[in-house]
Design a protein around this ligand. Structure first.
Ligand code: FMN
Length: 302
């Protein structure tokens, strides 16, 4: 029985990686992520120049469940990429560089840096809901998605993964990303949301809006993965609210070949990854399947 999966041309020993933004900005983060037992590390989104991010408060745990953040894509800029990749090589763990930008040129600039540094793949962040000009404005316009993905995939040699978020045109954007050369899709990013402090009568985050993550967005993410898989049969990395083997298994049944865990890694990360991997193994055995890949998209066949 095998938990190994092929995604975007990478062979992973099991399907569980971290989601971008949960560590992954600095060299020492890579060692920590590797120690959690993930099968590949995904960096924080890197933009051409360093970004400072927003003033605090930038993150809050919500009384209704989940996390709301508006970090503002804080990152050290593209010069860090080589260090991050060489650190991952020390641990012999595949590294996917998350790339951010405001236009085609900026995406290409960072992706080229990842390529020349020998990263294993790039994940284009086309879906941040709170960094103006960088995220969901791009991902919700299928033509812009096409142009950005095409510009990157026709320039770099390494596989390109497009990360899309919740929007009305997510299926169209997914189709365009694949047409433009994306080898796989990551679905979804955080969902634009807000929280108002009833005692101060003000929005809690300085940015007013933030991205909701964690269990409240899981059923939305499963729906998006299911719809995009049904329409495209693409290779998909499911992301959103995964915290145990069952929430990961649901993504796989909807059509994901691999999964990313974000919010749940903030508490007991080693246990979380270990429990998901162990649970998936038992689940595959219970279904009498030979491999995790045989479970991909099974919910469409029943
Ligand atoms: C604090 C924080 C920072 C994040 N930063 C990024 C980022 O830099 N790039 C990105 O593509 N997604 C970022 N995300 C989104 C996650 O990668 C993921 O798509 C989202 O949180 C949903 O997964 P989860 O429910 O498992 O957290 C961030 C999420 C959080 C909570």
């Amino acid at each position: 029985m095998s938990l190994a999966v092929d995604i975007a041309g990478l062979r992973l020993k099991h399907p569980v990686m971290n989601a971008s933004g949960i560590l992954g900005s600095y060299r020492e983060h890579i060692a920590r992520l590797a120690s959690y037992g993930v099968s590949a590390v995904v960096t924080k989104t890197i933009t051409p120049k360093p970004r400072e991010g927003y003033n605090p408060p930038i993150i809050v745990e919500l009384p209704t469940g989940g996390l709301l953040n508006a970090v503002g894509l804080e990152n050290p800029g593209k010069d860090i990429v080589e260090e991050l990749v060489s650190e991952a090589k020390k641990f012999r763990i595949p590294i996917i560089v998350s790339v951010g930008g405001r236009n085609e040129e900026e995406f290409v600039e960072v992706a080229v840096k990842a390529d020349t540094s020998n990263a294993d793949a790039v994940e284009l962040n086309l879906s941040c809901p709170h960094a103006k000009g960088y995220g969901i404005e791009i991902g919700s316009d299928p033509h812009i998605v096409y142009n950005v993905v095409k510009a990157v995939s026709s320039t770099v040699k390494i596989p390109v993964i497009a990360k899309l978020g919740l929007c009305d045109k997510v299926v169209d954007s997914a189709i365009k990303a694949l047409e433009a050369g994306a080898r796989a899709l990551t679905l979804i990013n955080t969902v634009k949301a807000m929280y108002i402090d009833v005692y101060t009568a003000k929005p809690f985050l300085t940015n007013i809006f933030g991205g909701l993550s964690g269990p409240p967005i899981h059923p939305i993410a499963v729906r998006v993965v299911y719809e995009v898989y049904r329409e495209t049969k693409a290779e998909i990395i499911g992301c959103g609210g995964i915290y145990d083997w069952a929430t990961a298994a649901e993504m796989i049944l909807a059509g994901a070949r691999a999964v990313q865990v974000g919010t749940a890694l903030m508490k007991n990360p080693r246990e979380v990854v270990e429990n998901i991997v162990k649970g998936l193994r038992l689940w595959i055995e219970m279904l009498s399947l030979q491999s995790i890949e045989q479970a991909v998209g099974l919910a469409h066949k029943l």
